[in-house]
Design a protein around this ligand. Structure first.
Ligand code: NI
Length: 178
């Protein structure tokens, strides 16, 4: 957070199934796995393109979250399915050590393409919908604190855990730098 590259609107990808696009997606998966993230967007690795990856079977950072299919999504578009929003705790690999309570649409439809150019369209809800909204915000230069409505619910993981606001992270998670 504070790096101007995270504030830019990323550009659409014009060509699918190129070695460059596959290399970018591989880098995103590798970086996300190394940090135990739930998702990652290309601007977070310094690439200003509309590419995100997300999903996991089990994630030590989000032990209670249901699995989300592992997906690489290019040029994503999100439509809320209604006006219902819900609040949930979010973290971000670009905002290390902190968590905040963020309102997001509960149910969305998202579409886009996979790196080979095959179209993807899904209707999802809950944590899956939250992760996609969080990652796609990165493509428009938006970090989750900008979506928060109550900064009193923003804090260091260590303090939020100590006060019982957040459940303790698993032992494999370093609370100083999740
Ligand atoms: Ni993020």
């Amino acid at each position: 957070m504070g790096d101007p590259r995270l504030r830019l609107k990323a550009a659409e990808v014009d060509l699918f199934d190129t070695p460059e696009l596959h290399a970018l997606v591989a880098d995103l998966w590798e970086t996300m796995a190394a940090e135990s993230g739930a998702g990652l967007a290309a601007p977070q690795v310094g690439v200003p393109l509309r590419v995100v990856v997300f999903g996991y079977q089990e994630n030590p950072r989000y032990p209670d979250a249901p699995p989300v299919p592992e997906t690489a999504l290019v040029n994503p578009v999100i439509e809320p399915l209604d006006d219902v929003m819900e609040e949930g705790w979010e973290g971000c690999l670009s905002v290390p050590g902190l968590r905040g309570l963020v309102p997001r649409y509960t149910r969305i439809r998202y579409s886009g393409h996979d790196p080979h150019g095959q179209s993807i369209e899904r209707e999802v809800d809950g944590f899956h919908a939250r992760v996609v909204q969080h990652e796609c915000d990165h493509l428009d230069g938006i970090l989750y604190p900008q979506r928060m409505t109550d900064l009193a619910r923003f804090g260091f993981i260590e303090e939020l855990v100590a006060s019982g606001t957040l459940e303790a992270p698993l032992p494999c998670e370093d609370p100083r730098d999740p």
